[in-house]
Design a protein around this ligand. Structure first.
Ligand code: AMP
Ligand code: ZN
Length: 478
């Protein structure tokens, strides 16, 4: 049974989607005014792991992650650079989508705010019509928090003094804790026409509008970093429950722990960000993904070089495991009889598999789950490597394949095309080695040596023993 920690109730709950068999997830995406950084990746990978695990358990999953492409930060950045807000938004949206692709994250729908202005206006109008929102003299529209009786439950802020927000517009709000749904246009800012005059949407309303448009008036999981609990998610919840008169709007609220660097949250405002496209020059994106995918999503985590080096070693070990298994499956015969020891190993594999599922069922404990992935590699190197039949290698291969449905770092190794490519490469290298042996026999050592060094630069190492030459591929990850 899968249990998840719900921020709303601050407890572990049994996971049961609203509609059997399908899980609808909305996560808050980036404000595209700068490059995507490792802190973002922490949250995006965490939800990708959650989503993949749900799929592995047999659910159909629909995942929506928005792109905030209208915002003060974007407008300011455009001003600084002397370009339009849209140029800024388009440029950093591209960077964000490239980062997701490199991290092997697939989101089904990526709604952009600028494409949903009419939907947002309709949402706000509905709130005005139901008496939850008011239009200020400036043409801005605010949500009247006092009208919604459940405000503060998600963030556990039960005192009104704790709700104060958007202090720059205090004068025109009924209460200091009311928040903007629609912001009247200021000179030089982008605007859209609305029943209340020229303006643009506030931040929170976009997520209520786009999530319900694609996932319905109620859905299963809403996620983001912990920084979003207040005010963003508190406000989203208030708007949506007010409009749809259905509770709960979201069944499970999930929040990720911060990615930290030297003890501080990684964030643009603290000036300590590691931009992903820089990091990917140093570390293969698969290493970054593996590191992030094997941390418990709720735990804060520190970025360190040592952690990355460890992730690199782990990935190399996983790749070596798949390759060993592939070779073993090819080379060993079908099992007609297993020894006692082999049978024991087979059952150890099943325990490893169960351990992985149990860990993930316990609030997606990916770090514990990874200890079972590691155990599997140990069994492969310690026992399966020496087995004379293919039964164990086959089972280990299937289990690792399942694990990779969640980890998402071994896709290349598991594709059939790669097996064919590997076979072709092996045949070609064998051919070159045979030609080189012939050259050596004919004492054409210069040519033989240059073939050896060319192959070496391609990562293929030749070993001469008398007349016989063997070879290995030396794989290194960046
Ligand atoms: P932003 O563009 O800052 O609104 O962030 C987009 C998403 O990334 C949100 O879900 C944030 O909570 C998350 N996020 C940003 N920085 C970090 C961090 N240092 N650690 C974890 N999540 C983060
Ligand atoms: Zn949001």
């Amino acid at each position: 049974m899968l249990k998840v920690y719900n921020t709303l109730t601050r407890s572990l709950e049994e996971f049961k989607p609203l509609k059997p068999g399908i899980v609808r997830i909305y996560t808050c995406g980036p404000t595209v005014y700068d490059y995507t950084h490792l802190g973002h990746a922490r949250t995006y990978v965490a939800f990708d792991v959650i989503k993949r695990y749900l799929r592995l358990k047999g659910y159909d999953v629909v995942h929506v992650q928005n792109i905030t492409d209208i915002d003060d930060k974007i407008i300011n950045r455009a001003r600084e650079e002397g370009v339009s807000w849209k140029d800024i938004a388009d440029y950093y949206t591209k960077d964000y989508l490239e980062a997701l692709e490199k991290l092997n994250i697939q989101v089904h729908i990526h709604p952009r705010v600028s494409e949903h202005i009419q939907d947002i206006i309709e949402f706000i109008q509905a709130l005005i019509d139901k008496g939850y929102a008011y239009v200020a003299p400036s043409g801005s529209v605010y949500f009247e928090v006092d009208k919604y009786p459940y405000y503060g439950e998600l963030s556990r802020r039960f005192e009104k003094e704790q709700w104060r927000q958007e202090t720059d517009v205090l004068a025109e709000k009924k209460k200091p804790y009311d928040f903007a749904l629609w912001k009247a246009a200021k000179p030089g800012e982008p605007w859209w026409p609305s029943p209340w005059g020229k303006g643009r949407p506030g931040w929170h309303i976009e997520c209520s509008t786009m999530s319900s448009k694609y996932l319905g008036e109620q859905f299963d999981i809403h996620g983001g970093g912990q920084d979003l609990i207040f005010p963003h998610h508190e406000n989203e919840r208030a708007q949506s429950e007010a409009r749809f008169s259905k509770r709960p709007w979201v069944k499970y609220w999930l929040h990720t722990g911060y990615l930290m660097i030297r003890g501080e949250k990684m964030s643009k405002s603290l000036g300590n960000i590691i931009i992903l496209r820089d990091l990917f020059k140093e570390y293969d994106p698969r290493i970054v993904r593996l590191w992030l995918a094997t941390i418990h999503y709720r735990k804060p985590v520190d970025f360190t070089e040592e952690a990355m080096e460890q992730a690199k070693k782990n990935l190399e070990r996983l790749i070596a495991t798949v390759e060993l298994l592939k070779r073993k499956i090819k080379e060993t015969p079908v099992a007609h009889r297993l020894s006692e020891k082999e049978l024991k190993t087979l059952y150890e594999l099943e325990e490893v598999r169960r351990g992985f599922y149990n860990a993930m069922d316990n609030d997606f404990n990916a770090s514990e789950a990874f200890s079972y992935v590691y155990k599997l590699t140990t069994i492969v190197f310690k026992d399966i490597q020496y087995s004379e039949v293919n039964a164990l290698a086959l089972r280990a291969y299937q289990i690792l394949y399942e694990f990779n449905q969640v980890l998402g770092v071994l896709d290349k190794e598991f594709t059939e095309a790669t097996i064919a490519e590997v076979e072709l490469t092996e045949k070609l290298v064998d051919l070159i080695v045979r030609v080189r042996s012939e050259l050596r026999k004919r004492k054409m050592y210069d040519l033989a040596d240059s073939i050896r060094s060319e192959l070496s630069s391609l990562g293929i190492q030749l070993m001469d023993k008398g007349e016989k030459t063997t070879w290995i591929i030396k794989k290194t990850l960046s």
